[in-house]
Design a protein around this ligand. Structure first.
Ligand code: EPU
Length: 430
């Protein structure tokens, strides 16, 4: 198995281009199952999750291929099978959104309970309750949901929590339903709005996406279109942290400043300069890293997916910081790995108290999950000596070309499976 090897200490400089958003791609790809014809999506990242969904689609009789112009073409002219391969669905949470799309398209579907990173229970009860309110009968047997519906029917749905996945799933299910659906207490993530823009470009009638109330007037059928995936705000924030922790100066090209607002506000509190530019964001740090407190919240609050690499930055701040996780019941597994690099972190329930140390020092660590992996990389960039990171199957789910992008900024980083003869850094395969 490959590992990433980082010799920390180099301030990062230059410009990095942010690719398309994983989470936006996965939601819009699921929606493409509704559409008889060839949908083309620009800016889809070629990461592990996208490839897993392409594999799932193949089992459904839906062929997808990357075109010469870089677009991903999804040919859902026909969906010949609406039983999703359980082993693939169990690999990631976002695959569950195909349940609503398959039911709407085929009238019958069978999809396993989804997998994904382990942050505690991660139930799908909001999804199921919402689909049932739209008029579908669902059965759970041996971990697999099977459902039938002639056509979804409009309903008024109140979400207990502004769940991103549920909001997206119900929009997908309801847009070809009969009558009007109103969803209250919706997630307001940029990816929710972009999904609505995509569906509307295909003929759906959705209003209010990006606000707490979304109204969907069902249409008979959607038509294919060509559409662009958003730049990945989570990657943009991760590279911003790489610049800040190393005392660097980096332009994060394509980043949409308003999508990264809560992270940038906290970065400024730590003493980094955040300069919005026409082409994205510029992040620069020269002074000490100041401690700060942060609390994860649904968008537009501080994203739960960035508290991990932010913890790496705070672990060498000049004082004590507190991170409070309110979105997931258990998302601090990575802190045990950060401690191996010398971080001083005490976790109590949903709080992590981080006492800044003068420096981190390299050690072998593991990615406990996707964003926990990002925390290891960010910490490794600042740690003295060599950090060796394994468990890359997590990191590969969401950060394509990570090693080459960091190298482009001057980081000493490589990926491979063997030790180089001398000099510390290993043989590189990426
Ligand atoms: N929840 C329930 N029941 C449900 C659905 C959600 O209790 O039926 C709970 C979850 O357990 C969690 C909270 O509601 O405590 C929020 O979950 P949400 O549904 O918003 O998360 P998600 O849609 O499953 C997406 C992203 C995650 C990101 C969250 C929160 C994708 C594919 N995943 O997950 O991204 O953390 O929203 O913003 O879009 C990542 O990229 O690393 C990642 C995990």
């Amino acid at each position: 198995m490959d590992k990433i090897y980082i010799r920390g200490g180099n301030p990062l400089h230059g410009r990095v281009d942010i690719g398309g958003s994983k989470n936006d791609s996965l939601a819009i790809m699921a929606a493409a199952l509704l559409i008889p014809g060839k949908t083309v999506l620009q800016n889809v990242p070629r990461n592990l999750d996208v490839h897993t969904l392409i594999d799932i689609f193949r089992h459904l009789g839906v062929q997808s291929s990357f075109l010469q112009n870089g677009g991903l073409e999804i040919d859902a002219t026909k969906v010949t099978n609406s039983t999703a391969p359980h082993d693939l669905v169990r690999q990631m949470r976002a695959s569950f959104n195909i349940l609503g799309a398959l039911l709407a398209r085929c009238g019958y579907a069978s999809v396993a309970m989804p997998g994904g990173c382990d942050f505690g229970a991660r139930p799908v009860n909001f999804h199921i309750k919402g689909l049932e309110q739209l008029g579908c009968k669902l059965n759970l047997e041996h971990g697999v949901y099977t459902g039938e519906v002639k056509r979804f029917e409009g309903a008024i749905i109140f979400l207990e929590f502004p769940s991103a996945g549920t909001t997206q799933h119900l929009m997908i299910a309801a847009c070809c339903g009969k009558g009007r659906t109103v969803i209250e207490n919706c997630a307001m993530e940029p990816e929710v709005l972009n999904l609505a823009l995509f569906l509307n470009a295909c003929g759906a009638v959705i209003e209010g996406a990006g606000s707490p109330t979304i109204t969907i007037d069902g249409v008979e059928e959607l038509h294919p279109t060509e559409f662009a995936i958003l730049p990945d705000r989570l990657q943009a924030s991760t590279y911003a942290l790489a610049a800040a922790i190393t005392g660097g100066d980096v332009i994060i090209a394509n980043a949409i400043p308003s999508h990264c607002g809560p992270v940038m506000a906290k970065l400024q509190e730590t003493g980094a300069e955040v300069i919005p530019m026409e082409e994205g964001l510029r992040i620069r740090r020269t002074g000490k890293i100041q401690p700060t407190d942060l609390k994860t919240m649904p968008h537009p609050g501080f994203p739960t997916d960035i508290q991990q690499p932010f913890a790496s930055l705070l672990s060498i701040a000049d004082g004590v910081s507190m991170i409070t996780e309110t979105v997931y019941e258990s998302r601090f597994q990575y802190t045990a790995e950060l401690r191996k690099l010398g971080a001083v972190i005490r976790v109590e329930g949903r709080n992590a108290k981080i006492t800044g140390v003068k420096k981190l020092s390299g050690a072998p660590v593991t990615c406990t999950d996707l964003r926990g992996g990002a925390a290891m990389v960010i910490a490794g960039l600042a740690a003295e000596g060599e950090t060796e990171i394994d468990g890359l199957e997590h990191l590969d789910r969401g950060y394509e070309d990570l090693v080459s992008k960091l190298r482009g900024l001057g980081a000493q980083v490589s990926r491979g499976s063997e030790r180089a003869a001398v000099g510390g850094l290993r043989v590189c395969s990426a």
